[in-house]
Design a protein. Sequence first.
Length: 172
Amino acid sequence: MNQTTQVLKTRRSCKKYKSQHVPRHLIDEIVACGLNAPTGRNLQAPIFVVVTNDSVVAKLSKLNADVMGAKGDPFYGAKDVIVVLASKVAHTYVYDGSVAMTNLMNSAYSLGVGSCWIHRAKEVFYSPEGKQLLAEWGITDDVEGVGFCVLGYPDGEPVPKTIKDGRVYFVD
């Protein structure tokens, strides 16, 4: 099995992280893979905000938890976050952002970095606090939050999943 196939078949969401940041050169490589994700009509709608500042990561985690009415850390202790937003200029912006998220997570895994797709970015960035963050970051486009790609070094082994039967149909 080639390396790409191996990554696609064995990557799992990481839900417990060590308390260390991912080096910038690895984050740059992960982001490059997100930027190279296919997009509808090549409009390149996804926008990435790389957050490595501990207090901003904590703020994003709290905003995310508030959406659910939860008290814990929905980022599982990850030290770094790639916020994936998408410009509404494209009909396919949510799909384009989703493909970019997938590229980010698979790239991270191939580099020995754990990741997890955390939802509720749409709600976070529709909130007044989220809109304020976008303004502080200089993002003025009409965007929607697609997801938070949390990154870090796994603290333990992710649990393998069982693949359900009956999900593939062949029409010859």
